[in-house]
Design a protein around this ligand. Structure first.
Ligand code: NAD
Length: 611
């Protein structure tokens, strides 16, 4: 099959944001003067040891006495410092580097369309003057949807669906559906799938112990009473557990999907059945995507006062369409690299008009998403797509950061012979000390059976490398973008592409050599397997705590800036997950705490500590 490149799509842009009269309080926050609402959710705390004498820059603000609706949830009020404002230089430049490569999308007829060459993983903003009633035809919607690259995939929530979107071709927007209570304030694929979705949610609950614990602690207490949360995330069973937890804590929620493909229809149906206004289905068109977001926000008699976003699309929609809403919004919680980057841009430009929490960079999220999640899901992704046996196979892993370490550990445990490439001598030395051969890619490219990229960089595997690979070599990527492997260079007339399975392409050279390309170079685990629920539990708990904190923070504590969750909150998220393992933490004695200069109840490490 030869492929034909038709056109380059327009460059996706983050829209310019114009903000007028939006500044809420001008008051400077009194850091540490009053209690964090989240602090009240903390586990029982002991004596009143002094705060750790860390350097001023690292020392969290001193906690105050408990207050606010969350305070009564635990006797531990007043032990968690509030989030500290982000003062670092923007760490997301690193992630931006790989956003400027192209992406090719193959339609069923073999036509290749070049996707936008910047910010590929975000959906472009639809024309702001777009009228949602003027909708494309069914066919138009489908083709639109094919032309959008995977959106907001930089948050590593499970995007795999275990049911397909059914044979029903009718757009959910054209259906009249009601749940069993007679409400039609939702738009999902098929409300009749609710029972199946409920079972999925119940399964997820078993692996999300911290959220379930928060629900229990909140019995009788409603730290989110009065909160009106508008959310835009992957709609999966794990998100459903989060939403229902927020509901149990007193919040009203309206929700849309942050990704046009990742919605689990049955889960969306279950949420709609239990009264959540959910607007999402698998396979939305771009037009549907924005329509769903708009239906969440543009409601008579209901205005959000909190935003939970994953990718920044919801936040920007409100900025563009309903900027006055920010007068009532108390804060934004953002999960993804992309969304956080946009918030920093707004903050830098002085246009961020409410406080925002950067959940993406909290220690627990980073560590668990990157290392442990990838350690678990790399084998799953490879196995599901190729059925291969790993024992004795030669594998080269490019990049020995968190993701690379996870991949290497899993493959080594399966008996693979693992080589590592690195540019950073520290990570390189770590690889050596962990027993891996550090090589240049060129040295092993002819002999390896599998090539895995985990660098967050671009063009790590070039056409030259691809030309030299042996027959049947498997090539895949675990990094953020699909430009780590130069997939675009394979779209040339002399090479033939054969789609052999979903997400598996054979690229065949004129001499008959073929390589096995997985997920067209996109994130393997996100595209071809599921992500462990327990990992998502950690992120979801962090999101819930960030919402509680921002919602309950006294006027002036947070200004219009981007904040990181305090270490104490990270520690709390971790501690809520420990009972799963029947793990028993050692407590510092008074003497030891004094000796180390720590508060007995944490935080136990300075902010600069590398775990
Ligand atoms: P990291 O920065 O810890 O590690 C990346 C490593 O790659 C670094 O050590 C860097 O020195 C090395 N590197 C850079 N360019 C290289 C090159 N040309 N050759 C060899 N090594 C090179 O980052 P991380 O946390 O390991 O994440 C890596 C990527 O994976 C990022 O894009 C991240 O967004 C993504 N990620 C994926 C998942 C997932 O589920 N698949 C989860 C988290 C993060």
């Amino acid at each position: 099959m030869s492929v034909q490149v038709v056109s380059a799509a327009a460059t996706a842009k983050v829209p310019e944001v114009e903000l007028k009269d939006l500044s809420p309080s001008e008051a400077e926050p009194q850091l540490g003067r009053s209690t964090s609402a989240v602090s009240a959710m903390a586990p029982p705390a002991g004596g009143g040891d002094p705060e750790a004498p860390a350097p001023a820059a690292e020392r969290p603000p001193a906690p105050g006495p408990g207050s606010g609706p969350a305070a009564a949830l635990s006797p531990a009020a007043g032990k968690v410092p509030q989030a500290s404002a982000m003062k670092r230089s923007d760490p997301h430049h690193q992630h931006q580097r790989h956003r400027d490569g192209g992406e090719a999308l193959v339609s069923p007829d073999g036509t290749v369309t070049e996707a936008p060459r910047t910010v590929k993983k975000q959906i472009q903003f639809a024309d702001q003057k777009q009228e949602f009633n003027k909708r494309p035809t069914k066919i138009g919607r489908r083709s639109l949807s094919r032309s959008i690259s995977q959106s907001s995939t930089d948050s590593y929530s499970s995007a795999a669906s275990y049911t397909d979107s059914s044979d029903d071709e009718t757009s959910p927007r054209d259906k009249q559906q009601k749940n069993s209570k007679g409400s039609s304030d939702f738009c999902v694929k098929n409300i009749k799938q609710a029972e199946f979705g409920r079972r999925e949610i119940e399964i997820a609950e078993q692996e999300m112990p911290a959220l379930m614990a928060l629900r229990k602690r909140a019995q009788g207490e409603k730290p989110l009473a009065g909160a009106k949360i508008v959310g835009c995330t992957h709609i999966t069973a794990q998100t459903a557990v989060l939403m229902e937890t927020l509901g149990a804590l007193g919040a009203q929620c309206r929700w849309a999907a942050c990704n046009i493909y990742s919605t689990l229809n049955e889960v969306a149906a279950a949420l709609a059945e239990s009264g959540f206004p959910v607007f999402a289905w698998k396979g939305e068109s771009e037009d549907d995507f924005w329509w769903c977001i708009d239906r969440c926000v543009n409601v008579e008699g209901w205005q959000p006062n909190m935003i939970l976003d994953d990718g920044g699309d919801l936040t920007h929609w409100i900025y563009k369409k309903y900027p006055n809403m920010f007068k009532k919004i108390k804060g934004i919680v953002e999960e993804s690299v992309t969304g956080v980057h946009r918030l920093y841009q707004l903050s830098k430009a002085g246009k961020l008009c409410v406080p925002a929490m950067n959940v993406n960079d909290s220690v627990t999220k980073q560590k668990f998403d990157n290392l442990y999640c990838c350690r678990e899901s790399i084998l799953d992704g490879l196995k599901r797509t190729t059925d291969m046996m790993f024992g004795g196979k030669q594998v080269v892993v490019c990049g020995y950061g968190e993701v690379g370490k996870g991949c290497c550990a899993a493959l080594k445990a399966m008996g693979s012979i693992v080589y590592v490439t690195e540019i950073d001598p520290i990570c390189a030395l770590q690889a050596c000390m962990d027993g891996f051969r550090l090589v240049k890619l060129n040295e092993v490219i002819r002999q390896v059976d599998i090539v895995i990229t985990c660098t967050g960089n671009k063009n790590v595997v070039t056409r030259e490398h691809l030309d030299r690979m042996k027959n049947s070599c498997i090539v895949c990527n675990m990094g953020h973008s699909n430009t780590e492997i130069d997939v675009a260079s394979l779209r040339t007339p002399e090479l033939t592409w054969e789609r052999v399975r979903s997400q598996v392409d054979h690229v065949i050279w004129p001499d008959g050599k073929r390589i096995v390309l997985l997920a067209e170079g996109r994130l393997l685990n996100l595209s071809c397997s599921t992500v462990p629920t327990f990992v998502l539990s950690i992120t979801a708990t962090t999101q819930a705590l960030a919402l509680i904190e921002l919602y309950n923070a006294p006027e002036g504590r947070y200004k219009q800036d981007v904040y990181l969750l305090p270490k104490k909150m990270d520690e709390y998220v971790a501690s809520l997950h420990l009972p799963t393992f029947d793990a028993h933490l050692t407590e510092l004695t008074d003497e030891q705490a004094k000796y180390l200069g720590l508060n007995k109840n944490g935080p136990f490490k300075p902010n600069y500590y590398r775990y």
